[in-house]
Ligand binder design. Sequence first.
Ligand code: ADP
Ligand code: MG
Length: 274
Amino acid sequence: AEVLPLPEKTRIFTIANQKGGVGKTTTTVNLAAALAKNGARVLVIDLDPQGNSSTALGIDHRSETISVYDVIVNDVPMADVIKKSPEPGELYCLPATIHLAGAEIELVSLVAREQRLRSALETFLAESSDPFHYVFVDCPPSLGLLTINAFVAADEVLIPIQCEYYALEGLSQLLSNIKLIEKHLNPRLTVSTILLTMYDSRTNLSNQVADDVRAHFPDQVLNTPIPRSVRISEAPSFGLSVISYDTNSPGSISYLEAAAEIARRGAPAATKAS
Ligand code: ADP
Ligand code: MG
């Protein structure tokens, strides 16, 4: 099998789309698992109070669990909160609990409220003895302070786009918000990657959405779309990625291929070196 290149510098992605149910969490978990399976050391930061990516990675996130909430609101070091996923490889998760729902409001009165995640992550990565190759931040479906924290902590944005009606609705708002963040809070931020999800090659609609998105974002869209697949939606209830749950299923194969594309492309040249 092909050996994927590992980045020299940690690549930090935010998986964003203010629409719910477009495949943010599914994409976060499965790309992370795919890269870890290929030898990368990967951290998933669950920034959604629902804690779906924690669940899918087999990580406990009952309300009494110490979580990303304690990191961003109470300055608890990330190293004390991160747990190793039972998935194969070096895959770690910073879990979310329902307390994170309150953080959206609590953050308002905190110093450097937009930079909390970034500072915590920078300290963690600097002090970590084994370097991480990838960090993925799974965002809630909103453009509040949690998502802003994710944009400020990241260098790259990955936008999953569902190949269905209204797929492009809200996309221009998302892109203009990202521009604002780039201008005022994080000049390094680049929309490097767009992934087509829930693609059904048999429908005209899916093909039309895919063509539209490729025409608008020729450099960002990955060649591999993720098909709509029941195996993908079943895997989280077993606390597994689809790659562990059913390695040879089309969903697993396409996430492995999408991850390989991301690895081969490397960080975008436009990532303004800091
Ligand atoms: P988001 O995080 O954007 O809200 P999710 O990743 O939770 O979206 O996906 C929404 C729902 O769609 C979940 O039930 C998930 O299992 C399902 N799903 C995601 N991707 C696929 C896919 N490719 N095929 C089938 N179901 C999918
Ligand atoms: Mg989600």
